[in-house]
Design a protein around this ligand. Structure first.
Ligand SMILES: [Fe+2]
Length: 612
């Protein structure tokens, strides 16, 4: 049985394919079309999934998309009616009202599409427009046939709309190692919901509670990210990196902006936001999504004028970031403690854009009764493509579970032959090593202080490079952060770089030892170790680690082991293989990145290119 899952018309468009319950491929469209977080229809990802499974679309039994326009429709209509009535009473006229909740934006999520209406009568056009936008989701069969250039009648698959958060929850449970677990999906919005919690057992997931539009932790994070001068889609991670530089002196203000309530609920003080009243546009043109301003003038009333992008950061922005991060953690733990109270379970599956907040994730085991966690590597919206597959296979068709996703290596790979061809066609001299020699050589280069490109095996699914599309350097050198930024990454100096560590050595370096194979947990580095690995120690002593085991990534494990042999340190610095673009996918892109940056040496498969 072949099932194709799709996340489309959202940021981080993606596709995944499973065969008799086994995960065959999962990949984000941005890696093919080279637009970061690209939205639209993931046709290249779909083609890659079909090719990897050795099938054509005609062979596919089920196709699902992680959107359900009819989900929560009565709530959407009620919300639109209430808003329209208020506008009519207030005599306000609005232009360019976005549709209610069609978009979902990494960490945050806003309205997709545009409508224009102004008064009580506007409700009808608003709903109609929303449905019009949703029609694209419904016409998936047409779109697939058109993009694959085949007659629609050739597609015999059954089509499914899987509600957005149910897709997130499925991705956090069905490929987890847990037979039974508490589950939380938390993001901006998707299908009118921002947060959903549930219990998963065997082949079913029972939803226990949810937080509805317009209340959302992701919205608060994105609005504040915009306010302090980071306007791009996906910039929330920068604010998370900035937060430890500040003091949470605005925590009371943020407790007013987002308030917790009984039963795991929370509510926004809507005075601070535009999305619920005026609508916020999310646009894309097969490229990166662009979101309109979410914060209202109330932010400036409280904090002073918004920071303009490119102006110097001050303590105010650092303190706002610290306060926001602290408040997110408080609200997150509030929901999670409620979820534990309701279920009594100590295993947790976590998904949604907010689950990319590794700082919050790393504190969950310290602030809640949960003991074990599974975070699927593409916890954000791309991962809903995978969730859709398993929601259909396990949840709908009731087939038994059997897949545990231990790594994230579900993307394209290239043979040494293909790699050689790419190098030869670029006219680059290279050396070729045996399997054993390649990790030894690379470890020696890292220990010698070189900046090493490390391109191996299948590309990762999700935002983190996990040792197959990575740039790796020596974490013992305090100046490595500046060297990387100067030569390649050009990132803001406050953003940390991450450590990869041999799994069995975590307890020697970190205060917590729960595995973090997908780099989505930040732990405190032991005080006595911080000076040993300064390049991966953040200003507050934390590190967003990747724990590496031989069963999940043998070659990467051997690389770090060889480095440990040479230096006595079982840690290397791992940053994604890219300049300011999506992570490289092909050998040619790796070569191009090597040529245009000042990387010292590039390992592609068993071949090595040195800068001369
Ligand atoms: Fe989402």
């Amino acid at each position: 049985m072949i099932i194709l899952g799709i996340n489309a018309y959202h940021g981080d468009a993606a596709a995944a394919i499973i065969k008799d319950g086994k995960l065959i491929a999962a990949v984000e469209e941005e890696r093919f079309n080279r637009f970061k977080h690209c939205a639209g229809f993931p046709i290249e990802s779909i083609k890659y999934c079909l090719l990897t499974a050795g099938v054509t679309i005609e062979d596919v039994d089920h196709v699902g998309i992680s959107r359900d326009p009819s989900a929560h429709l009565h709530k959407k209509v009620l919300f639109a009616a209430t808003r329209a009535a208020k506008q009519a009473v207030g005599g306000r006229r609005q232009e360019a009202v976005g549709t209610i909740d069609d978009g979902d934006v990494g960490g945050a999520s806003v309205n997709g599409g545009n409508a224009s209406n102004g008064n009580g009568a506007g409700i009808f056009s608003q709903i109609k427009d929303r449905l019009g936008n949703a029609a694209k989701v419904r016409d998936l069969r047409d779109e697939l046939a058109r993009q694959l250039n085949i007659p629609k009648s050739n597609i015999r698959a059954q089509f499914h709309n899987v509600e957005h958060h149910r897709a997130h929850l499925a991705s956090a449970f069905y490929v987890s190692p847990f037979e039974k677990a508490a589950l939380l999906s938390i993001d901006g919005f998707g299908d009118f919901i921002s947060t959903m919690w549930a219990v998963g057992e065997g082949n079913s997931i029972d939803v226990l509670g949810q937080v509805e539009y317009p209340h959302s932790t992701g919205i608060v994070y994105t609005a504040t990210t915009q306010f302090i001068g980071f306007p791009h889609y996906g910039d929330e991670g920068k604010v998370m990196g900035l937060a430890p530089y500040g003091r949470p002196r605005f925590i009371n203000e943020f407790r007013e902006i987002i308030r917790t309530e009984e039963n795991g609920q929370f509510r926004l003080n809507l005075d601070y936001f535009r999305h619920h009243a005026e609508g916020v546009d999310m646009t894309w043109d097969q490229g990166s999504p662009v979101i309109g301003r979410i914060f209202s003038d109330e932010f400036a009333q409280t904090f002073g004028p918004a920071r303009q992008q490119g102006t110097a950061l001050t303590d105010r922005e650092r303190d706002i970031a610290a306060s926001l991060q602290l408040r997110l953690e408080e609200v997150g733990f509030h929901v999670l403690n409620h979820l534990h109270d309701k279920t009594g379970l100590t295993d947790l599956g976590l998904a949604g854009g907010v689950a990319y907040n590794s700082v919050m994730n790393g504190k969950i085991l310290l602030n809640t009764p949960f003991k074990r966690m599974f975070i699927q590597p593409a916890a954000g919206d791309s991962g809903t493509a995978l969730g859709v597959c398993y929601q259909i296979y396990n949840g709908i068709l009731n087939r038994n579970r059997g897949e545990v996703m231990e790594g994230a290596y579900t993307g394209p790979q290239f043979s040494n032959n293909e790699i050689r061809k790419a190098l030869e066609s670029s006219n680059i001299g290279f050396e070729e090593y045996s399997d054993e020699e390649v990790t030894k050589r690379a470890a020696r280069d890292i220990a010698d202080g070189l900046v090493v490109g490390w391109f191996q095996g299948r590309m990762e699914f999700g935002p983190r490079a996990l040792g197959n599309r990575s740039i790796v350097v020596d974490p013992r050198r305090a100046d490595m952060k500046d060297i990387l930024n100067d030569r390649i990454k050009k990132r803001e100096p406050f953003r940390p770089f991450a450590p990869s560590i041999l799994e069995e050595r975590v307890g020697d370096y970190f205060e917590q030892t729960h595995p973090a194979p997908t780099m989505l947990m930040g732990y405190q580095i032991k005080e006595e170790k911080r000076l040993e690995i300064p390049a991966v120690t953040h200003v507050d002593g934390s590190g967003r680690l990747q724990t590496v085991s031989p069963t999940v990534n043998d070659r990467y494990y051997r690389l770090i082991s060889e480095f440990n042999q040479l230096t006595g340190v079982p840690v290397i610095l791992n940053t994604s293989f890219n300049e300011n673009e999506p992570i490289v996918c092909t050998p040619q892109e790796a070569i191009n990145c090597f040529l245009k940056t000042r990387m010292d040496v590039l390992y592609v498969g068993n071949c090595a290119v040195r800068r001369r």
